[in-house]
Ligand binder design. Sequence first.
Ligand code: 5GP
Length: 125
Amino acid sequence: MSVNGLPPYDTNNIFARILRGEIPCKRVLETPHALAFDDINPLAPTHVLVIPKGAYVSAADFHATATDAEIADFYRAVGQVGAPLETGGYRLLANMGHHAGQEVPHFHVHVVGGRALGPMLKTPA
Ligand code: 5GP
């Protein structure tokens, strides 16, 4: 389904293939509705991607169409992955669509920490 102008879900995107076990990942956490694994190109000592197991392109898609159970489970997984980083601090980030440079069209949250991360946006408006 197309949501907010984004293309429909591509069942062959990299994260769909990871979920199907076709591509390996370094698993950090698995819950009934979410999977967390290390980013292949980490930007910080900890860089984990948390993805819902369902086929959602974007935040709008996920929040509009996922069940309450999926949404609760997903955000609890995000919190669980971030918890060990709370003392030093960390960042949650989700890219959506062209302006954000979303590479993989399966909704995901980056959990990034383990060093000072600098300003949130690198380029001015
Ligand atoms: P986006 O730009 O869509 O928010 O982020 C996609 C992220 O997925 C990038 O940080 C990229 O390094 C990561 N990534 C792309 N392909 C793979 C892969 O095959 N395995 C893993 N673990 N991460 C990937």
